[in-house]
Design a protein around this ligand. Structure first.
Ligand SMILES: [Zn+2]
Length: 92
């Protein structure tokens, strides 16, 4: 079980939050990225992206561009059974 929902994980929100980049779209529970059946490379990419944004290494626009790319990678890594949505950062 990944979250509070009784159904299998249906959709995920991705956002640039280094503590909790992935949450369940339905119950808003934080998802433990280590528990997801996705490749270590994709996990690493997500964690690095969130860390780099928090450390100020990415502009808001760069973080959003990379976030959209990560959605595709996550979507592919999850075999298309779980939808992934990116929650964009507001550009300053
Ligand atoms: Zn849920």
């Amino acid at each position: 079980m990944y979250c509070l929902c009784e159904t299998p994980l249906q959709s995920i929100h991705l956002q640039s939050d280094s503590e909790n980049p992935l949450t369940c779209s339905h119950c808003a529970a934080n998802l433990e990225i280590g528990e997801l059946t996705i490749s270590p490379l994709v996990k690493k990419a997500v964690m690095q992206w969130a860390d780099h944004y928090e450390q100020g290494k990415l502009t808001t626009k760069e973080a959003n561009d990379a976030g959209h790319q990560l959605v595709y990678r996550l979507q592919a890594a999850l075999d298309g059974r779980t939808l992934v949505f990116y929650i964009p950062l507001l550009e300053k």
